[in-house]
Design a protein around this ligand. Sequence first.
Ligand code: DP6
Length: 373
Amino acid sequence: MTAHDFIPNTYKSSIEKGSVTWESPSNIALVKYWGKKKDQIPENPSLSFTLDNCKTITTLSFAKRTNDDTDFSFDIYLDGELKDDFKSKIQTFFDRVEVYLPFLRIYHFVIETQNTFPHSSGIASSASGMSALALCLMSVEKQLLKSDGVQGADKNALDEAYFNRKASFLARLGSGSACRSIEGDVIVWGETDCIEGSTDLFGVKYPYKVHENFKEYQDTILLVDKGEKQVSSTVGHNLMHNHPYAQNRFQQAHQNMDSLKEILESGDLNAFNALVESEALTLHAMMMTSTPYFILMKPNTLEIINKIWDFRQETGLHISFTLDAGANVHVLYPKNESEEVLQFIKNELVAYCQNGHFICDQIGFGAKLIDNE
Ligand code: DP6
């Protein structure tokens, strides 16, 4: 498949107006995406667990435009409040996806969005936000195709598999990690030899056996720092260009995908913990060794990591951590150890969270259509 396959045959855009609502989850990468080429193509493969509770709910309303203005026309609201500062991000997104969604200039759009997690929690909303918007746009396309009475090759465009692939493809053009937020529960993005069907173009469901140990795997997110990100992820990714360790890192990600495949099959939780922690620290090591360099961990991030290591040593429980491009810590553990681990989190780790805030989440099953009028 190539990007070209997502360009539809022209449709008539005969629908006057409508509205659609999707809810789409965030995801947590175990093998990290860090570094990209032109057109949001990742430098290395990544693998993530789709989350269940951390979601964005987006309603997209559309109405045919009456004026002849040729610019995109849209308004965006977060929690009912007009957010003009989000406009440039959506404008860039529309510019990138227009060739794949030729109806974008024909309608005026109202995008109403809300997150189930507190904003300014330091949790990236770009994955859930961009995937929710991409799904809404796909539903509009589907309605347009249907109303045209699609025939022949275009019939493929109504398949669920095609719908999900194109939604992921579009989400990727909004934010790389968003392409892993369409489906559950384990997703791979980026071509790698050990995973059949993996591609740089969109996320695919992990196609091999996953051991029972990972069923309902838990992710408790400790909110260490709710401030604005010091560095945007796009700037961070770009620092991998000419980075002295970049090529080794990209190669290591392929090897880690290979190792993780064995781990997911065998259910070896010790090996799992070693791999995900190494990935998290490597991500931060890349940031610390780029030019310019930066440190996104906070003192409390390190306190938490050390506490997790001590607790694991003392109890033999299978708790580990991973990090995104920020100070918050994702604490990972199997469902059957939840009781002891949650007690530990409440007794020992909450003290390091800003205002004692944390969010309990677990592996989830992907985005859901809520409403389609
Ligand atoms: C550290 O997907 O936010 O979370 O493509 O520039 O929008 P853009 O980047 P983004 O990068 C996220 C990187 C990460 C690791 C990961 O999720 O794989």
